[in-house]
Design a protein around this ligand. Structure first.
Ligand code: HEM
Length: 192
């Protein structure tokens, strides 16, 4: 298999997207665990019951969401950053960088076709996440609920992609693409 060289622009976009996804995952992790609204509501309730004060479950959830909001705002900021980064990523092929490869090409092996399809499926899923995320925040109220139902499914493909991506890189590094990890970090000669 021929050795792929990663240009500076390729590496900058790759790592900017990777870091953004890690931070985005952190916000999702916090929302699903420590800052889960039911957990926080239970903590408030426990405290109030010791002081003979009572709030309804609805009021507790409102408070819990308010406590979580400053953290969750970061999900939205990082979401906007990803909208910007993916917009650049999708424009780059037109400028001769980070070209998309055709998975239908007859010259590709089965393994390479699989690789290209994984990227295409990932990009389609990311576009769906970004668009539904933007509609939840900026779109009309009546679309909020259906968009949320689609958007929250993002975690499944994201985790699946991360596992496949890491496994693929490790397999490549230890088989026919020795040095791929150092090339995506420090690059060698610039190429598209
Ligand atoms: C590829 C990018 C994105 C991924 C993978 C992603 C992933 C997720 C996930 C998994 C959740 C659900 C968390 C939970 O179950 O508690 C979520 C919720 C949310 N996301 Fe994103 N997100 C992305 C981009 C965005 C963008 C661009 C925005 C808006 C600018 C956004 C706004 C929101 C909002 C407002 C919620 C809360 C929805 C609710 O209340 O149920 N997200 N996101």
């Amino acid at each position: 298999m021929k050795e792929v060289k990663y240009s500076k622009i390729y590496r900058i976009i790759h790592w900017a997207i990777a870091v953004s996804f890690v931070l985005l995952l952190l916000t999702i992790f916090l929302r699903l665990t420590w800052l889960n609204k039911f957990n926080v509501a239970a903590i408030i309730q426990e405290y109030l019951s010791d002081t003979d004060q009572i709030l309804t479950q609805e009021q507790l959830i409102v408070l819990a969401k308010k406590i979580r909001q400053p953290m969750w705002n970061w999900h939205i900021y990082i979401g906007y950053v990803l909208v910007g980064l993916f917009s650049i990523r999708f424009v780059l092929p037109a400028l001769g960088h980070m070209k998309f490869q055709n998975p239908f090409s007859n010259t590709l092996s089965l393994k390479e076709k699989f690789q290209k399809w994984i990227y295409i499926i990932f990009y389609v899923c990311v576009i769906i996440s970004l668009v539904t995320g933007l509609i939840i925040v900026l779109g009309p109220k009546d679309l909020k609920k259906p968009m949320e139902e689609i958007h929250i499914l993002s975690i499944y493909y994201l985790l699946a992609f991360i596992v496949i991506h890491f496994a693929g890189i490790l397999i490549a590094e230890f088989t026919d693409q020795k040095g791929i990890i150092s090339r995506i970090v420090s690059g060698t000669k610039d190429k598209n």
